[in-house]
Design a protein around this ligand. Structure first.
Ligand code: ATP
Length: 488
């Protein structure tokens, strides 16, 4: 089991290792904004790449778009964000700290210090901006990536020749003027989302053709009913959750299990997750039923991903406000239909980063250093290359040149090899290659595994292939299979 450190310690670790810094720190930073350092940008790109591969490139039923951040403000009028996207702004009577509450929490939730809250007012969370030179030509930085997937829906469906059910996916920045950004990357004002709007024929919202893939999949389930009784989540299969009508539609069960699996397959610990149904008072203005995928952060169970049943709310709103027909002709039923979005997996990239970091973070007492057991697909650097003496620097560089176009490599010549291994463990490099004096004679190098510290000697001409196999998780004789945080 990984050692959970506090969110503050994680922020310190991330800064030290070049993952994440407070934005513009030399000027004191700006609350809720973060810069990603040399390792952070690699790590974040790897997460996005894996998400895109899994959700878009390996599926025939989902295509991607990249919508703009600022768009016609009527998009936000139609979606309800101009009128409804607000939080209740409260201030603690005792410690004077600002916070945000959901409407149903007023009078029930107290400040961390125990003080009662005063309601200051409602705050719309969208950042306003002026477009062009004429004052008053207002638009907004998008608060979610979802809306252009609705506004562009008909065009995408037609030019990608999609047939229901199908999805549109997008990864990109979102901005929310959060009242109280906190917990490092967990709640920031600028963040990225990875979202899918999955469109289903309105007469077929109960049946999911892929449900068989997940029926036996087990997750900790916290229904609205269990929350009312103050009970904990119960582990059950998706089959049972559907039979007991805890999850109402097969689509919701399918996407919840699929999203959970995405995390687990990339090394996250399944026991740190649960799915939680929103209680009636929490539901957003557009949602019929919402489930969150929650993660056990050091500061408690929190939402990692939201999955709302948005019905046909968004498409109908855009049809009404834009006066454009966004229905599709359905050949099977021989009629025009406005599809429903039964489940909309919506994931913050930075919250995913935190999950993978927390589950990968281990302090190894024997080694005396941190070992970041990130899945090899997510590790920012895949291979460390160490010549064992100054005289061997040029030979080591040749190994680096051999590998650099295939893998993200780091060439490190500074300090003892022990120090170099420790440094590479701390940033999660899965394999290190050392070039020693014997390598000059036998044309072989040593590969060392981050997770097991086991070493094997391999021929330089076979090195690239062997590393590729190891990074793909293959077990090689005499050498430990790469261990992900899940199995540690
Ligand atoms: P919360 O209740 O935590 O404010 P939300 O329900 O408003 O979140 P959604 O609108 O469902 O969030 O957004 C989808 C996802 O986007 C969230 O599950 C989260 O991963 C991410 N996200 C939302 N707001 C933020 C934020 N301020 N900072 C970082 N990530 C965020």
């Amino acid at each position: 089991m990984a050692d959970k450190i506090s969110i503050l310690d994680m922020a310190t670790f991330c800064k030290k290792k070049g993952l994440v810094y407070p934005s513009g720190e030399i000027y004191g930073g700006l609350a809720g904004f973060w810069d990603f350092g040399p390792l952070g940008v690699e790590f974040k790109n790897n997460i996005k790449k894996e998400w895109w591969k899994f959700h878009v490139q390996s599926r025939e039923d989902i295509v991607g778009i990249d919508g703009s951040i600022i768009t016609n403000p009527n998009v936000w009028k139609a979606s309800g964000h101009i009128d409804n996207f607000s939080d209740v702004y409260v201030r603690c009577k005792e410690c004077k700290k600002d916070n945000k509450l959901d409407k149903n929490e007023i009078g029930k939730v107290k400040c961390e210090c125990g003080g009662e809250y005063d309601v200051v007012g409602d705050l719309n969370l969208m950042f306003k901006t002026n477009v062009g030179p004429v004052e008053g030509n207002v638009s907004y930085l998008r608060p979610e990536t979802a809306q252009l997937m609705f506004a562009d829906f008909r065009l995408v469906a037609e030019n990608a020749r999609m047939k229901l059910p199908f999805g549109i996916a997008q990864i990109g920045k979102a901005f929310r003027n959060e009242i109280s950004p906190r917990d490092f990357l967990f709640r920031s004002r600028e963040f990225e989302q990875m979202e899918i709007e999955y469109f289903v024929h309105p007469d077929k919202i109960k049946k999911c053709p892929y449900i068989k893939d997940v029926l036996d999949y087990e997750i900790n389930v916290l229904s609205a009913e269990l929350q009312k009784k103050d009970k904990d989540a119960v582990k059950m299969t998706m089959k049972k959750a559907l039979e007991k009508k805890i999850i109402k539609t097969e689509w919701h069960a399918y996407w919840l299990a699929t999203e959970h699996k995405w995390f687990v397959d990339l090394g996250a610990n399944p026991d740190n997750f649960r799915i939680r149904q929103h209680v009636a008072e929490e539901l957003s203005h557009y949602a019929l039923d919402t489930w969150d995928l929650d993660y056990k952060f050091p500061f408690g169970w929190k939402e990692l991903q939201g999955m709302a049943n948005r019905t046909d709310f968004d498409l109908q709103q855009h049809i009404k406000v834009s006066k454009t027909d966004l229905s599709l002709f359905d050949n099977d039923s021989n009629k025009k239909v406005v599809p429903h979005v039964v489940a909309e997996p919506s994931q913050g990239v930075e919250r995913a980063m935190l999950v993978f970091l927390f589950d990968a973070y281990n302090y190894d007492k024997k080694r005396g250093n941190i070992v970041l057991k990130l899945h090899s697909k997510l590790a920012p650097v895949k291979i460390g290359i160490f010549p064992l003496a100054t005289k061997l620097k040029d030979n080591g560089r040749k190994i680096y040149d051999l590998l650099k176009n295939d893998f993200m490599c780091q060439f490190d010549t500074a300090g003892s090899v022990g120090k170099r291994y420790a440094r590479s463990d701390e940033i999660g490099i899965p394999f290190c290659v050392t070039f020693d004096f014997d390598s000059l004679k036998d044309k072989q190098v040593t590969i060392r595994s981050r997770d097991t510290t086991k070493q094997i000697r391999v021929k330089i001409k076979e090195l690239k292939d062997i590393l590729r196999k190891l990074l793909d998780g293959e077990k090689l004789e005499g050498f430990g299979k790469i261990i992900t945080s899940k199995s540690s």
